[in-house]
Design a protein around this ligand. Structure first.
Ligand code: GLN
Length: 289
């Protein structure tokens, strides 16, 4: 491919990215990124010639995509809810399915001021989406990967959100430490999580974008249920009376998720389906005593 104009570059990339599920969109996102413009610009100026460095960058991006790297990692960002979030290889790429968790959380909390905890926050997607919707929410996002905490904090600053904070913690460890140090135990109206829930033998792990994402964000023991179990075991120590635990899980884990919550004494346990009508989110409410 010789250096050329916008329209020809797009049609070249579209052709060679034919194995992608969305070759035209991929080509547009990569070219817009290489030119540091939005996609509308590409259609407004189809005859504009690329500069040398723009063209070199675009070719490099197409090459990376050809090797299967997710678009979000190449362009360094992903839309989630109403936000544009920075992403990198230290975290999962936020998924549209996860917006169900955000919707359900907002319904549950109505408009009351609430303390919210997001476990395994990654880019901060869920925490920031919730914080952005209600300035009276106070949201804490925890992650055990320092790069993720850094990224979530950058996203918070970039989105201009002031009612969310991020800390390094292996699940509840930072809260356990505070409770041991004699500080008043911090309690929440809602604990949310999109934990790792894929079984290590799941063949989907060798397909598409997930090949490039951190295994620690995807895979859990006990057929993918180990982290869900751990979160459910501990969450009630940190819930206010009548507080809710709500988490995302695999399409075939709804029944197991409900069993885990019910066995621990959570009440009003219920599973919700995503737009594809697959079980996706389960929640339960905790009453003290
Ligand atoms: N909470 C983040 C998200 O929903 C990361 C989840 C994860 O890494 N399992 O995108």
């Amino acid at each position: 491919m010789e250096k050329s104009d916008i329209a020809s570059c797009l049609s070249w990339a579209k052709t060679i990215l034919c194995e992608s599920e969305s070759p035209a969109l991929d080509a547009e996102l990569l070219l817009a990124k290489a030119l540091d413009k939005n996609r509308t610009y590409l259609f407004t100026w189809p005859e504009k010639l690329l500069g040398n460095s723009e063209f070199a960058l675009f070719k490099q991006f197409v090459e990376r995509r050809l090797h299967g790297e997710p678009i979000a990692y190449i362009v360094g960002e992903q839309g989630f809810w109403t936000l544009t979030l920075k992403v990198n290889a230290s975290t999962l790429i936020p998924r549209p399915e996860t917006e169900l968790l955000v919707e359900l959380a907002l319904d549950l909390l109505a408009n009351k001021a609430a303390q919210i905890l997001d476990l395994g926050t990654g880019t901060g997607a869920i925490a920031l989406a919730l914080a952005s919707e209600n300035p009276t929410f106070s949201v804490l996002g925890l992650d055990c990967i320092p790069e993720a905490v850094q990224l979530a904090t950058e996203n918070q600053q970039q989105c201009g959100i002031t009612n969310a904070a991020f800390e390094l913690s292996h699940w509840f460890s930072v809260l356990d430490d505070q409770a041991r140090d004699g500080d008043d135990r911090r309690r929440f109206d809602l604990i949310v999580s999109n934990p790792p829930y894929i079984d290590s033998s799941d063949p989907h792990l060798s397909l598409g974008d997930v090949r490039f994402e951190p295994k620690s964000a995807l895979v859990a023991d006990q057929e993918g249920l180990a982290d869900i179990q751990l979160i459910a075991n501990q969450a009630h120590h940190y819930l206010l009376d009548g507080g809710w635990l709500m988490f995302e899980h695999g399409y075939d884990q709804g029944e197991s998720a409900r069993k885990i919550l019910t066995a621990l004494g959570y009440q009003r346990v219920e599973t919700f389906q995503d737009v594809g009508d697959r079980d996706r989110v389960t929640r339960g409410q905790w009453f003290a005593g």
